[in-house]
Every structure is written in C-alpha cells, then in structure tokens.
Design a binder for this molecule. Structure first.
Ligand code: PFF
Length: 455
C-alpha cells in the first residue's frame, strides 16, 4: 500500500511556506536594481500589471495542477496526461530550479557575508578613502570567500530539504517572515527621513516617466514578476501537491501574491529615497542594495544591530526560497526514481554548487567569467537573465497553454472549487489563462526575437 503523501501541517503552514518561497532576494535584491536599471516608476507600474494579470493567473494554475495530481513538477503532467510531451515542462522546471539556485546561492552568500561584516562593525570604521563601494568590490572579488559562502548556503539548503517538508520548511518561516517585515518598515521610515534627495528618490520610484520606457522593459518586468512569485518552473506545482483538498487555493494564491508584492514595493521605498539622498546612481546593478543599505544603517541609531538583523533575516528569506528551488528537483527524484530524500537533496544541491562556481568567480575574481564571450556580461548576470527571466517566462507560457487548452479550465476550475466553496472569478481567470497570459508572453518574445535584444 502507498503511504499517503506528506501534507503541510496546517493551512497557515502552507501559506507561509509558499510566501517563504516567493519572498526572498527577488524582492529585496533583484526588484530594486531592476527598477533602477529600467527607468523607475514606469517599470514598477508594468510590473504590478503583470503581477495581477499574469502572476496571479499562473499562481493559481500551478497550485491547481499540483493539488490535483499530488505529484512533483514532472509527475504532475504525466499523471494528468500520461505519455505525452507535456512532462517536459516539468523537466525544464527542474533544470531551471538548479540554474537559478546556482547564482541565487552566490547572492545569498553575500547576505551572509554582509551579516558578519555588519556585526563586526566593518562599515562603521570606514574612513574617507575606502567607500562602501570598495568594501563591496573587495568582498565579491575574493574567490575563496565567494566559493565558501556559496558552499555554506547550499549546504544549509540541502540539510533542511533533506529533513522533509513540514518539519524543515514550515517551522522556520512562521517566526521569521513577520520579523523581516518589521525591519523593512523601520528601514522605510529611516530612508524617508534622510532629508535632501528623498523627494527626488520618491519621484523616480513613484512618478512614471513614460519617455524612459524602452520596449525591452516589458520582458524584464514580466520576468521579474514571475521570478518574484516563484512561477514558471513548477515550484508552486510542487508546493501545491502537499496542500490538502480541504484548503482554499484561491485565497492562498491571493495572499501569497499580495504579500510578495507588498514586500517588494516596500523594499523599493526603502532603497530609492536613500539612494538619491546619498547622490548615488540608480543604475548600480546587482550590487545596488549592498551599496545603499549599509550606509543607511550607518546613519541609524543602533545601526549595527538593525543592519546585522536585516542581513540575517534576508539570508533566511533567501533560504526559504532556495529550499523551494531545490525541492522541485528533489520531489522529482523521490517520486519518480524512488531515491531517498537525503540522496536526492545531496545530489541536486551538489550539482547546483558546481554550476554556481563560475557565477561566484564572475564578480571580479576571474576576468574570463566577468565578461563571457558573445554576450559580454558576467556569468552571474547571464544565468540570472537566462534562467531568472527567459526560462520562467517560457515555462509560464506552456503552463498556461496546458491548463487553458489541454487540461481545460473546466477541469481545473473543479479542483479550485474544492475547499473554496465555489469559484466566482472563474470566467476572468479562464480568459486570462487561455488568452491573455499566453498571448502577452508570445508577443513579448516575438518582439525580442525581432530586435535581438536578449541580454
Ligand atoms: N521567488 C524567489 C525570490 O523572489 O527571491 C526566487 C524563486 C524561488 C524563483 C523559487 C523561482 C522559484 F521557483
């Protein structure tokens, strides 16, 4: 007899775990620098539009596939339509998860490093000549610490994932997410009271200037929305597979989308006023938050305490995301290949580490990985765009086609209605999953191919 599938301990446990997957570096590290690089408020507006009209649609689609099939990202498609090519959406998802984990682990390692640096008071001792910029460049250019932090971070992820779903994942998230939220609010208050420059920062962030709108902003805003919500690679299929039939998928999806978006918007509200108050450029790229925030903490009472707490909580928020990145592959090997949880976690985690080494070395340690051939960008940025933008977008396209046209919105809506006591928005969701989401993604790709502006 089969043992029943592991389930979340409670509904709130699932919501927190899914929110834990969604909230992470995507909100606090990636969202602000993408906004900064892509013109500010106009990017934010398009981002919010995609979150509502594509993000929520795909979130519900993935959770539904997962709960209906009670299987991993590959097995789910196989269970609904056996022996068809649809399972390759899941295969793409597993590869994407490992690809994202590889560079995400590097940046997560930076947050750990910055936790220690802040705690040891490295930033309060800075003299005139060494700036925050020099500290950051020195830190990410050190090959040994980059690789060690990556290994430590992936090691912790492997450890938690190998202990299983409810014990490992649920317990952490419950306590730590609310704390992170609190510190971000404090940061926003400090940033908004920094004096001159604040209003310039606010208008960059909140007052759209559509003249700055370049067409490639659409793919970046869409990619960012999917990345931030953990969509397009089966993470929510996998997490959905552990949800009980009694739980309400609709309200869970809505909560996760809302919470994730609020955190990202608040992170921007903390960064941009501070950035302009300090006269820095919003186009700082992937180093942005590591350059801006230490100097905000430096200007805060008890800044060492809050700074250290912030970077520690950010590392933990990243951890609840890396757990879900690894879980997609791990659930596959357990369900389909009968591997033990420990074996699956160690194997896939080690693979992500090896793939992550070039990203770790690409920030100054190795010239070659700093400017890779053909695309002329650092390896980390390349992986970030390839997996973090394009793979998730392609995955989401096929997931919407699968639910909208193959499985059918009728069958999916039945699953959604279980535990939700009905599904009022069914027609809107069905329209979005069949037409709006795939068509919008398709158009964006046609444009990209025509212009060749991929990286
Ligand atoms: N959503 C995570 C973040 O915003 O940091 C990153 C992520 C996790 C993306 C899981 C995709 C995923 F499947």
């Amino acid at each position: 007899m089969e043992t029943p599938r592991e389930e979340w301990g409670s509904k709130i446990g699932f919501i927190l775990a899914a929110a834990g997957s969604a909230v992470g570096l995507g909100n606090i590290w990636r969202f602000p620098y993408m906004t900064g690089e892509n013109g500010g408020a106009a990017f934010v507006l398009i981002y919010i539009f995609f979150v509502i009209f594509i993000g929520f649609t795909i979130m519900l689609a993935e959770l539904t596939i997962g709960r209906h099939s009670q299987r991993n990202a590959v097995g789910a498609f196989e269970a609904i339509f056996p022996k068809t090519g649809w399972k390759f959406i899941g295969v793409l998802g597993i590869i994407t998860g490992i690809g994202i984990l590889s560079f995400y682990g590097v940046v997560a390692g930076w947050t750990l490093g910055y936790f220690f640096k802040t705690l040891l008071g490295d930033f309060s001792r800075l003299s005139g000549e060494t700036s925050f910029q020099d500290v950051f460049a020195g830190f990410i250019g050190n090959p040994v610490s980059e690789i060690v932090y990556l290994a430590v971070f992936i090691g912790i992820t492997i450890y938690i994932v190998s202990r299983g779903i409810s014990k490992g994942i649920e317990r952490w998230t419950k306590i730590l997410m609310p704390l992170l939220f609190l510190i971000i609010i404090l940061l926003v208050i400090r940033a908004l009271t920094l004096g001159s420059g604040v209003s310039k920062g606010l208008s960059f962030y909140l007052k759209p200037d559509f003249r700055a709108l370049k067409p490639e902003i659409f793919i970046r805003a869409l990619g960012q929305a999917l990345f931030s919500l953990s969509l397009g690679m089966g993470a929510m299929i996998t997490y959905g597979s552990y949800i009980s039939k009694k739980d309400n998928l609709l309200s869970s999806a809505a909560f996760v989308v809302l919470f994730d978006t609020v955190i990202a918007l608040l992170a921007g509200l903390a960064i941009f006023p501070a950035l302009f108050a300090m006269g820095m450029s919003p186009k700082g790229g992937p180093g942005l938050v590591f350059l801006v925030l230490p100097s905000v903490f430096d200007k805060m009472p008890a800044g060492t305490f809050f700074g250290a707490a912030f970077f520690l909580l950010l590392a933990i928020a990243a951890l609840t995301s890396t757990i879900s990145l690894l879980e997609v592959a791990v659930a596959y090997f357990i369900d389909e290949k009968n591997w033990s949880r420990v074996k699956a976690a160690v194997f896939t985690g080690a693979l992500a580490f090896v793939v992550g080494v070039p990203s770790a070395l690409s920030q100054g340690a190795s010239k070659w990985f700093h400017k890779i051939p053909l695309v002329h960008i650092p390896f980390l940025d390349f992986m970030n765009a390839l997996f973090g933008n394009y793979a998730l977008t392609v995955g989401s396209f096929f997931i919407s086609i699968f639910v909208g046209w193959k499985w059918g919105t009728g069958a999916a809506a039945k699953e959604i209605a279980l535990g939700a006591g009905g599904f009022k928005l069914r027609a809107v969701w069905a329209f979005s999953v069949r037409f709006f989401a795939p068509f919008a993604i398709f158009l964006i790709f046609v444009y990209l191919i025509l212009t060749g502006r991929f990286f």
